[in-house]
Design a protein around this ligand. Structure first.
Ligand SMILES: NC(=O)C1=CN([C@@H]2O[C@H](COP(=O)(O)OP(=O)(O)OC[C@H]3O[C@@H](n4cnc5c(N)ncnc54)[C@H](OP(=O)(O)O)[C@@H]3O)[C@@H](O)[C@H]2O)C=CC1
Ligand SMILES: O=C(O)CCC(=O)C(=O)O
Length: 408
């Protein structure tokens, strides 16, 4: 099932559990605005290249729309739409005063030079600058983008609107980025996993983890899980997969990956087939790369007891719930990133920097509270964690929508 169909199905199921009015349900599902722009740049060799950029602004009932910008060759309008909708429920689950949005450009960032990436980002910003803003829509990094991308957006946006650091989050600390934002999604994954395992009388220490993806989210999750005593036994990225049943040395792997542009060739483990990574024997599986990777083709072979959805929409939940695997859904598990993005925006607006200890302590408070709120919804609606998170998010957005009213 494609990401948009799956996300909308989850939303409709939650709306049914909540007994939402059908007209309200319809209005919550339709995106506020969908933007599609042509981005043509001169390449370094002087030839022209054209790309399509998207920004879907899904809902703003609870505050400015918020969500990352993805650079990936598979970016398409349906997926961006689904990811924008997920952001609306995610910010509501985290209980931060935002709506949801997501953007992307269909391109292969690894094939572009730094100056080509900069030109592409600036052209995209020129096309959307009137539709984003500190109190309307605040972009952030996602797959294939990073703090440098945010710095270019900030700079280009500021040419039109004056210096505006709060227009993006996840920017470099030197430009007003928050301490702790880089690690935030991975740290949130750690806190959410701790909360889930604690419910079952377990801790991180001693559990065997398998992680797909070693970018921002996967590498930070691996480092923090490993520092907390978890045994990370297998990891993959686009270059390959490696396994060490005694636990991989994550600090060495981070160094190797930075020096070699990927984990391939790391000598602290055995190379394995990346296609078998998700079905490796382990306690906790952490997909932290693409969507749709756990599907009808491999779901029956999954051996993990817990799946922590660090990526957005990595699993087809219908298949796995039948197998009794416990899934911590994306809109809760990876909400640490947008939560610290919120802290960054608050710091920019206040003009006051927090130290990293405060950022991490507040993040723990938000993640733990969100987990508890989701559990409460699971109890009151007799549902699994995904529906608990969806009912929580949808209910908060529905309440805000009704309170704001529809009078012209
Ligand atoms: N960044 C953030 O704050 C947040 C991100 N997310 C989600 O987390 C996921 C990862 O994002 P992020 O870490 O930022 O992205 P990055 O671009 O930093 O990293 C993505 C990682 O996935 C790897 N990858 C890509 N394709 C495959 C594949 N087919 N098999 C295995 N690995 C693959 C990449 O490998 P390589 O580098 O070699 O290409 C890279 O290691 C996405 O789903 C994103 O939406 C969710 C919340 C917040
Ligand atoms: O930090 C943000 O604003 C958004 C992060 C994001 O894109 C996500 O949570 O999927």
């Amino acid at each position: 099932m494609n990401a948009l169909a799956a996300t909308s199905r989850n939303f409709k199921q939650a709306a049914k559990l909540l007994g939402l009015d059908s007209k309200l349900e319809k209005s919550l599902l339709i995106p506020f605005r969908e933007i599609k722009v042509e981005c043509t740049i001169p390449k370094d060799d002087g030839t022209l290249a054209s790309y399509v950029g998207f920004r879907v602004q899904h809902d703003n009932a609870r505050g400015p729309m918020k969500g990352g910008i993805r650079y990936h060759h598979e970016v398409d309008p349906d997926e961006v739409n689904a990811l924008a909708q997920l952001m609306t429920w995610k910010t509501a689950v985290a209980n931060i005063p935002y709506g949801g949005a997501k953007g992307g450009i269909g391109c292969s960032p690894g094939d572009l030079s730094i100056s080509e990436l900069e030109r592409l980002t600036r052209v995209f910003t020129q096309k959307i600058h009137d539709l984003i803003g500190i109190h309307t829509d605040v972009p952030a990094p996602d797959m294939g983008t990073n703090s440098q991308t945010m710095a270019w957006i900030l700079d280009e946006y500021s040419k039109f609107h004056g210096y505006s650091p709060a227009v993006v989050t996840g920017k470099p600390v030197d430009l007003g980025g928050s301490l702790g934002r880089d690690a935030a999604t991975g740290r949130g994954v750690l806190f959410a996993t701790e909360a889930l395992l604690a419910e079952h009388g377990k801790g991180i220490a001693g559990q065997r983890f398998v992680i797909q993806g070693f970018g921002n989210v996967g590498s930070w999750a691996a480092q923090l899980i490993s520092e907390a005593g978890g045994k990370v036994i297998a990891i993959s990225d686009v270059t390959g997969a490696i396994k060490n049943v005694n636990g991989l040395d994550i600090a060495k792997l981070v160094k190797h990956s930075a020096e070699n542009r990927g984990i391939k060739g790391f000598n602290g483990g055995d190379a394995i087939d990346p296609n078998s990574l998700l079905t490796e024997e382990c306690d906790v599986l952490v997909p932290a790369a693409l969507g749709g990777v756990i599907n009808k083709d491999n779901a029956n072979d999954i051996k993990a007891k817990y799946i922590i959805e660090a990526a957005n929409h990595p699993t087809d939940p219908e298949i796995l719930s039948k197998k009794g695997v416990l899934i911590l859904p994306d809109i809760l598990a990876n909400s640490g990133g947008v939560t610290v993005s919120y802290f960054e925006w608050v710091q920019n607006i206040q003009g006051f920097m927090w130290d990293e200890e405060k950022v991490n302590a507040e993040l723990r408070t938000y993640m733990t509270r969100a987990f508890g709120d989701v559990k409460q919804m699971c109890q009151s609606h007799n549902c699994d964690l995904r529906m608990g998170a969806f009912t929580l998010g949808v209910n908060r957005v529905a309440r805000a929508t009704v309170l704001r009213g529809w009078e012209a």
